[in-house]
Structure formats: C-alpha cells, structure tokens
Design a protein around this ligand. Structure first.
Ligand SMILES: C[S@@+](CC[C@H](N)C(=O)[O-])C[C@H]1O[C@@H](n2cnc3c(N)ncnc32)[C@H](O)[C@@H]1O
Length: 292
C-alpha cells in the first residue's frame, strides 16, 4: 500500500482528523522494520519499567522544567494583554502551573461543541498555532510546562487573532486525570522528550499507565497521534500501543503511519531531520467499549 492510499484509508476510518494544512514534508520516511534495535529487547525494557515503577510513591515526571532565555515575544505573551489565551486567568497561576479547577476543556471555548484537540508539550507553539489557524472549526488546547514556550505560543496566537486556541501551564497527566471521561477527540504528542538513557525510560510519556489515562479522556473513535525522531522510542511506542486493547493502530498492527500533511513541521522535528534522523508517526483510534 503506498503512502497516499494508506493515509487516505487512515483518514476515512477515523473521520475526526483535522483538515489538511500544507507543510514542508521531510523526505526521509520511516523504516518498516527495526534496523538497529531488537524487538524483544524493547519488549523486555518496557516490561522492566512497568514492573519497577512504583505506582503509589512519588510521581515520576515526563518533563524536566528548564529555565531558558525568555525572548521578547514570550515576555509579551505572558503579560496581562494575552491572558485570554490561558485557561488560568492570572499570571501567578500560570507561573505556578496551577491547574486546579480546570475540569472541562470544552467550556473554555465559545463553540464548545466543535471537535477538540489537546496537544501535550507544544514547545514554542509554532506548529500548534499553525494547526489552529488552519482548522477554525476545531478547538485546540495546548499544555506545556516550559514558560518561554507558553509565552511564545500566546504571543503567536494573539498575532493571528485565534479564538479556537487555549493554553494551559502544567503537567498534562495531572490535567487529564481531572477531566471527564470521553472528553477529547484527538490527543497529539509531537516529538516528546525521548529520555534516551535506560534509567530514564520510566519518564517516557508513552507507557501503559499513562496511556490508560489518555484512553480515558478520549471519546470513542478518538485519535491519539504521536511523532518522534528517535528510533528506539518509535518502536517502544509501537510495542506499547499495539499491545493495548483500547486502541487500534490506524496504519495496521506493527506499522507506522506515513507522515500526514496536516502535521506542520515542528522545531524538534526539524532538528531531528538536520541531524539525519528518520521521522516516525503513529496514530491510534480508541475503540468503543464492548457492552454485554
Ligand atoms: C522535545 S520537546 C518538543 C516540543 C514540540 N512538540 C516540538 O516538536 O518542537 C517536548 C516538550 O514536552 C513538554 N512536556 C513533557 N512532558 C510534559 C507534560 N507531562 N505536560 C506538559 N508538557 C510536557 C516539555 O516541556 C517539552 O517542551
């Protein structure tokens, strides 16, 4: 099946994907099979993390809060003039990553019935703003912990006058735990921190426990879309997600999705391409629970 046919089938079967936006498609495409990594090793590493991760001790974060230079746009984006882009309505709450009370993302919008996408870890926000601009009939919520990224994204959204984008400062996992079930149509995770060292694998966003939380907030038929430029993490995600009963791999079990053209190039994707890495997309549809 060629790239176009596969993606056409994917979009037909999901029915709730964002409409297309143009982008510079990278020319490198995913390998169909493991090249440098042994599948059984990945499986063992996943099992190892699952069995050694304490469930009721301290929370293991998927992020490392970085202090980076706050550019001019980010500073402006965090000022009072841009507070309407944040679900938290005051700067103290934004800086404290205080998500208390945010328990309904649809209620953040004037058109709450529009399809809803949540982007986890949007970085500087350029691609999220591009997606929101290209698809005004869909609401987008972006969540980040990186202050400069939050400010930059609010600034860009304001420049475009977007009314279908809201930002949240905080941990996506904590947020999803306080949302209703069957709430979000698409959850997207583009170029998540790869946590390459073995001892850090437990911080990878995609694991069985965290994906159970994602599955809970997705609507039936909802989409989880991830992309990465790290081969090991790509096959790790494939192994975890293909093994979950709640999800169906849109590209077919064991397969990656050809790069969809609605996903704009992100900063980290560009970095990966510049450094010669291959880009992997994965897309999963949440299956409706069988009754009876
Ligand atoms: C490698 S960067 C990728 C940024 C962007 N998606 C891109 O492709 O350019 C990953 C981002 O995810 C954010 N992140 C990681 N875990 C998160 C979490 N649990 N909640 C919110 N943001 C998170 C990090 O702060 C970081 O900015």
């Amino acid at each position: 099946m060629n790239r176009e046919t596969l993606f056409l089938n994917a979009t037909q079967s999901t029915g709730n994907l964002p409409t297309s936006v143009s982008t510079n498609s990278p020319t490198n495409s995913p390998a169909s099979s493991l090249k440098n990594i042994d599948k059984n090793t990945v499986k063992n590493e996943i099992d190892n993390v699952a069995s050694h991760t304490p469930t009721n001790l301290r929370t293991i974060n998927t992020f490392m809060k970085r202090k980076t230079h706050m550019g001019k746009k980010a500073q402006i984006g965090l000022s009072d003039a841009y507070q309407s882009y944040f679900a938290q309505k005051n700067l103290d709450a934004i800086l404290a990553m205080d998500i208390e009370g945010i328990d309904n993302l649809r209620a953040l919008f004037n058109n709450p019935k529009q399809p809803l996408t949540l982007e986890i870890g949007f970085g500087m926000g350029t691609s999220l703003v591009e997606m929101a601009k290209a698809d005004p009939k869909r609401n987008f919520v972006g969540i980040e912990v990186h202050e400069a990224g939050l400010g930059n994204c609010a600034f860009l959204a304001g420049e475009q006058g977007l009314t279908n984008l809201q930002l949240i400062s905080g941990d996506a996992l904590a947020l999803m735990k306080q949302l209703p079930k069957n709430h979000i149509d698409t959850v997207q995770l583009y170029f998540p921190d790869p946590w390459q060292k073995k001892r850090h694998y437990k911080r990878r966003f995609v694991n069985t426990g965290r994906m159970a939380v994602v599955a809970q907030v997705l609507t039936d038929g909802g989409i989880f879309h991830a992309a990465t430029d790290w081969e090991h993490y790509a096959f790790w995600m494939l192994e975890v997600l293909d093994g979950l009963a709640e999800f169906n791999n849109v590209a077919g079990k064991g397969a990656f999705l050809p790069r969809p053209n609605f996903r704009p190039l992100t900063k980290f994707e560009q970095r990966g391409i510049n450094e010669g890495r291959v880009i992997y997309d994965l897309m999963y549809k949440k299956l409706a629970k069988k009754t009876g």
